[in-house]
Ligand binder design. Structure first.
Ligand code: ADP
Ligand code: MG
Length: 483
């Protein structure tokens, strides 16, 4: 299927050709025609599969087919021009609420900016379509100025949007399309009440499209509540397989070992650009400083930085001036730079989903990538959790000269049929099991240790359930919010 066959508006086809898109990705093949037909959508597919265009192309197609946004009719005034002339006549002393036609909700500022950039790219040959981002951290006067232009498309993080709604700056009575991008993530961040409030403020006649890594549980319930007879599109399982990404675990003894190994791995000649994930903002800063001193063009990215600094860092990354980005989870969400060949987990993520999102920063746009986790032995349980979540074993690799002194603690599980992904894991050199990555099926692996028990899938569901329980007891992650 081609974009022409889908029947997209000519201005979009031109923009896609210019963007180098030759054919729709699988998720686009399903989503775009259905959305053009007016269907609500519930979509789960892996990161990097082209979801932004899956919702933005049908929306822009709809606007392009609306004469007002296509070629200008002689003498006709757009709503914005009407406003402007009203203003120059002095008719409009007070602020008039923006009345967007489309709203895209995203969990983070970076993702919102990425959606706006993609919209500008796809809509470049359309007239008078304006997409603006309303984000936490952006100065209010600037936002007021953006809203006063009455943009057709708003891309927003929920917290800040609520503030504007409550002060009457936005009126959703003319909203036609609502998109929730990375809905699971927004719920994880504690945005559920805000989302419900926003949804309630929009007309029930709207078209709703929801994107999420999973359509189970809380997200699934909300998804069904806010959509109307949705078409459900599931391209990959809830835990994306990332078959083009080689995953590895390296065991380390302590911080100094971890730092030395990281320095070594960063000198890999196949490394083009890299993202290193840390647990804390302070670690991101410290490691970036240290790497800079060691001669790497490194920069930190985290939620404590001003928006301007974050944007400059991301620009530097896109342009290749920043080779190594040291980031926290929230800040790195949505980064889409094809030259990122390596992702490092300096610290393991708190939630297994974050592991999937982190490694998805590499292997973009059909390329291959490498994802390396630096783990001390006390953390092997966390590796196990990730393996259960992704249903893949992560092979252990050892670099000669950087061996950990301690070998992995033997993991014993008395439960018959319990899956023991780490059994027999060893950090001796022959302990690499590159045969598994991506197979999705724990199977025989070659271990140096005698009597290694082959891993089994048996205990999956049981143990996986335990993880969910832990997580809800973690409470709200609102501290990450973009307010
Ligand atoms: P997702 O939201 O599923 O993670 P994105 O929408 O961010 O994915 O797209 C990932 C990358 O793929 C982007 O660089 C985007 O420009 C590119 N892309 C999207 N659709 C196509 C296509 N049809 N052909 C080529 N590249 C595409
Ligand atoms: Mg996306």
């Amino acid at each position: 299927m081609t974009f022409e066959q889908i029947g997209l508006h000519a201005s979009l086809l031109k923009a896609l050709t210019e963007a180098g898109y030759t054919k729709p990705t699988p998720v686009q093949q399903q989503a775009v025609p259905a959305a053009i037909a007016g269907r609500d959508l519930l979509v789960s597919s892996q990161t990097g599969s082209g979801k932004t265009a899956a919702f933005m192309l049908p929306a822009l197609h709809k606007f392009a087919s609306d004469a007002q946004y296509d070629a200008p009719a002689a003498g006709a005034k757009t709503p914005n021009q009407e406003r402007q002339s009203a203003r120059s006549r002095g008719d409009r002393p007070r602020f008039q609420a923006a009345k967007p036609k489309m709203l895209v909700l995203t969990p983070t500022r970076e993702l919102a900016l990425q959606v706006t950039t993609a919209t500008d790219k796809y809509g470049i040959f359309m007239r008078r379509i304006r997409a603006v981002s309303i984000l936490g951290g952006m100065p209010y006067p600037k936002q007021m100025q953006l809203l006063s232009k009455n943009p057709e498309i708003l891309v927003a993080t929920p917290g800040r949007l609520i503030d504007h709604m409550e002060s009457g700056k936005i009126d959703f009575s003319e909203l036609e399309i609502l998109v929730l991008d990375e809905a699971d993530r927004m719920l994880d961040m504690g945005f559920i009440d805000d989302i419900e409030k926003i949804v309630d403020a929009t007309p029930t006649t709207r078209q709703t499209m929801l994107f999420s890594a999973t359509l189970d549980g809380v997200v699934g319930n909300m998804a069904r509540r806010i959509t109307n007879n949705p078409m459900i599109i599931q391209i990959a399982g809830s835990s994306a397989k990332h078959e083009n990404i080689t995953q590895k675990v390296h065991f380390v003894d302590d911080m100094s070992h971890k730092n030395r190994l990281l320095d070594h791995l960063l000198r890999d000649e196949t490394l083009d650009q890299a993202v290193i994930f840390t647990a804390t903002k302070r670690d991101a800063d410290t490691i970036a400083d240290r790497l800079n001193i060691a001669g790497f063009a490194a920069a930190a990215l985290h939620g404590d930085m001003h928006q301007g600094a974050r944007n400059r860092t991301l620009d530097g990354l896109r342009r290749g001036q920043v080779r190594v980005l040291v980031a926290t989870d929230v800040a790195a969400r949505g980064i889409d730079v094809p030259a990122i060949t390596h992702v490092f987990n300096y610290d393991l993520p708190k939630f297994p989903e974050d592991y999937v999102h982190r490694i998805g920063r590499t292997g973009r746009a059909g390329r291959n990538g490498v994802a390396i986790s630096l783990v001390n032995h006390a953390e092997s349980m966390n590796v196990k959790r990730i393996e259960r979540f992704t249903k893949q074993l992560i092979p252990v690799e050892v670099v000669v000269g950087f061996e950990a002194k301690r070998s992995a603690a033997p993991r014993s599980s008395a439960k018959p049929g319990g899956w023991k992904p780490g059994d027999g894991r060893s950090n001796s050199r022959s302990g690499t099991g590159t045969g598994y990555a991506g197979s999705g099926k724990p199977a025989q692996r070659t271990f140096s240790k005698p009597n290694a028990t082959p891993a089994r899938e048996g205990g999956f569901n049981k143990e996986g359930g335990g993880y969910k329980g832990n997580r809800s007891s973690e409470g709200s992650r609102r501290s990450f919010s973009d307010r």
